[in-house]
Design a protein around this ligand. Structure first.
Ligand SMILES: [Zn+2]
Length: 237
């Protein structure tokens, strides 16, 4: 599907690493009809080329550092040195501030994952990047790559939960939501025993949270995971 450029606007950005200013496209909110949402919160719009997740990552054309609004803007000198040595010195300038294809969007996530690793971003930030990269592969029907990135995403969310770093790094994440998401991603990568364990933890929050939507979703996915687990064990026997 072609992209109506009226649905996009240019956002002014300043590189967190080198300070270069550049523009990056963003999707105007409300410009795309919502179609559906998967049980791991992956959202579909009428024109998937205009799904806002294609434009979440900003890539500095001058130094190659790639980041999102969730990145911590503080850049200690040692981190700057690392980025310079391992990224900027090898960077061949490319402008991602244009209308992106799915493949270009995937490339921006890979750059952001590499940048987040060099910078030591919070596990929840890394997890969010891996999860969205998995979703882009879901959009293009590449189940093997989707599963590969879901596996890494769930491990990063688990670390984030253990270290509680999502509390500071991701304002939209709550305890119920992260536990649910870990459970659901575990179910999707067929680690059913883990999925069941995490859905049970969501249920334990029942009297301590106002997020009844999440509690209900966890209950549904918990029964689904138990059923899938049972079927899988039958197959093994
Ligand atoms: Zn830069």
């Amino acid at each position: 599907m072609a992209v109506d450029s009226d649905c996009l606007y240019d956002k002014n950005c300043a590189c967190l690493h080198c300070g270069t200013t550049f523009t990056s496209k963003r999707v105007r909110s409300g410009s795309q009809p919502f179609v559906k949402r998967d049980t791991d919160f992956c959202t579909y719009f009428k024109n998937q080329r205009l799904n806002p997740i294609l434009y979440t990552v900003y890539v500095c054309p001058a130094c190659g550092f790639a980041f999102t609004d969730q990145f911590d803007p503080v850049m200690p000198p040692l981190v700057r040195k690392q980025i310079h040595e391992k990224l900027t010195s090898k960077w061949i300038s490319k402008n991602y501030g244009i209308i992106r294809t799915m493949e270009e969007a995937m490339a921006t996530y890979k750059l952001a994952i590499y940048s987040a690793g060099l910078k030591g971003e919070a596990h929840s930030v890394k997890a969010g990047l891996y999860l969205r990269l998995a979703w882009l592969h879901r959009f293009t029907g590449n189940a093997a790559e989707e599963r590969r990135f879901l596996n890494v995403a769930v491990e990063e969310y688990e670390r984030s939960y253990i270290h509680s770093d999502y509390i500071k790094a991701d304002k939209e994440m709550s305890e119920a939501r992260i536990l649910y998401l870990i459970g659901e991603l575990m179910r999707r990568v067929e680690r059913y025993d883990q999925a069941i364990r995490y859905f049970a933890k969501v249920a334990e929050l029942k009297d301590r949270t106002i997020e009844t939507g999440i509690i209900n979703m966890a209950r549904d996915q918990w029964s689904l995971a138990r059923e899938e687990y049972r079927l899988k064990q039958q197959q093994i026997v």
